[in-house]
Design a protein around this ligand. Structure first.
Ligand SMILES: Cc1cc2nc3c(=O)[nH]c(=O)nc-3n(C[C@H](O)[C@H](O)[C@H](O)COP(=O)(O)OP(=O)(O)OC[C@H]3O[C@@H](n4cnc5c(N)ncnc54)[C@H](O)[C@@H]3O)c2cc1C
Length: 395
């Protein structure tokens, strides 16, 4: 591997997008990580994970040539969002209120990965199917050793290796970790009434129940559930057999949603993910982190991956615009990256954590205030436009 080069460790969405973007910016890039080709899903079989992709992430994926490689029939534009408080609070955000057509797009994780993998192949980016094990810093970058004993000497190592990031650990990058004690449980559902491209979310006090619009199936309209709930209850639900899981959903969903979308029926088995708030210092000599390796936020705003793609966009821009005498791993260049990401990462952490705490608080005056606050916000067009822009990932 050449000296003036970047090694991207991690081959999830953040790593693939980062390698593509840096390669398109003219850097010599290689990928290190497993090559898992997502199975092609056809007709009514959908990948179990879906993401709400913001306008900024949509633009990045488009510039990287990945958006057009995805099957448009499997992507659902979100045109409106309704957020219900735990009493009578309701915030109704529609794209037209800010003169736009779409707030976000619901896309399968496997579709994004498949499209990015194809684009990586088209760009001819080297892909080492191996695992990062350790690193040593040197005067001209870092020395990386892999599980199969390969050695690399990149000027910059990008850690896109997920929440447990071995790169972050090996580089000694400071990292704060707060478990929520909650799990995010996801599943696809048959719903009784058409969703009309609306995402709906209910704060129930100790859980957040979200339904994201998905393409109709032969059985009728479909939505994807993201239900953040206390971990013990989630584990209990996940351990049940299929009939008991359905009965559990039916008994809770009716009271939470007030039958907003009619009866809900599980199409897929629920899967749970422990939820954490995590933040890191993002860089070390010759190392930069992107995606979940750098931070994690509560999924109630559906912004974790969008935040990671924001890292990728900023890293591409900063490395592409660096002075010719600065290498990609230069400390001044990496400091610019850290400074650029500090505010958006902090802001997203504060917003998601703040909402989680505000709606989790049991005290009566707070419960009154949060629902009143939603009613007031719903009647203020200026504030609503700001909220729409935030929900769409513009700021
Ligand atoms: C319930 C839930 C719902 C969510 N919904 C949304 C949403 O709607 N919108 C949104 O924007 N975000 C959402 N998120 C967040 C989103 O899931 C993550 O932010 C995103 O998946 C992180 O992607 P990543 O590429 O950074 O990490 P990962 O997907 O974890 O990828 C890490 C990669 O690194 C590789 N790796 C690990 N160790 C090594 C090693 N030693 N050597 C080489 N490679 C290695 C792994 O194999 C993997 O390929 C949600 C999260 C949860 C829990």
């Amino acid at each position: 591997m050449k000296q003036e080069s970047v090694l991207v460790c991690g081959t999830g969405i953040a790593g693939l997008a980062c390698a593509l973007g840096l390669s398109r910016a003219g850097l010599s890039v290689a990928l290190l990580g497993p090559r898992r080709i997502p199975p092609v899903r056809v007709a009514d079989d959908y990948h179990p994970r879906v993401y709400a992709i913001s306008g900024a992430s949509h633009s990045l994926l488009d510039r990287l040539g990945a958006w057009r490689l995805m099957d448009a029939r499997r992507i659902t534009p979100v045109e409106a969002m309704e957020i219900h408080g735990d009493a009578d609070g309701l915030l109704d955000l529609s794209a037209w209120q800010d003169a736009r057509e779409t707030l976000a797009w619901i896309v399968e994780s496997g579709e994004i990965e498949r499209a990015l993998q194809q684009a990586v192949q088209v760009m001819g980016i080297a892909w080492h199917e191996d695992q990062f094990v350790s690193l040593e810093s040197s005067a001209h970058g870092v020395r990386v050793t892999t599980a199969q004993g390969q050695r690399f000497h990149p000027a910059l190592l990008v850690g896109a290796d997920g929440a447990r990031s071995p790169v972050r650990v090996a580089a000694g990058i400071r990292h704060d970790y707060t478990p929520y004690g909650d799990m995010g449980v996801v599943a696809h559902l048959d719903i009784e009434w058409p969703h009309q491209n609306r995402a709906c979310q209910w704060f129930t006090g100790d859980s957040v129940f979200a339904l994201l619009p998905m393409p109709d199936t032969a059985d009728g309209p479909q939505a994807s559930l993201v239900w953040s709930m206390p971990e013990d209850r989630a584990r209990e639900w996940l351990a049940m057999d299929a009939d008991a899981q359905q009965a559990y959903l039916a008994s809770h969903a009716l009271s939470i949603t007030g039958a907003r979308l009619g009866r809900l029926r599980l199409r897929t088995r629920p899967q749970g993910f422990p939820l954490t708030l995590e933040r890191s210092a993002m860089v070390a000599p010759g190392v930069a982190l992107v995606g979940d390796a750098a931070h994690r936020v509560h999924p109630l705003a559906g912004q974790g991956l969008n935040l990671g793609l924001g890292d990728v966009q900023d890293l591409i821009q900063i490395l592409g615009a660096r002075e010719p005498h600065h290498g990609p791993g230069d400390a001044r260049v990496l400091a610019r990256y850290r400074r650029r990401r500090a505010e958006p990462v902090l802001a997203m952490g504060l917003v998601t954590h703040g909402l989680h705490r505000l709606f989790g608080a049991q005290c009566a005056p707070l419960a009154w205030a949060r629902n009143q606050g939603m009613q007031v916000a719903d009647r203020l067009p200026f504030l609503k436009r700001q909220l729409i822009r935030a929900a769409a990932g513009d700021n």
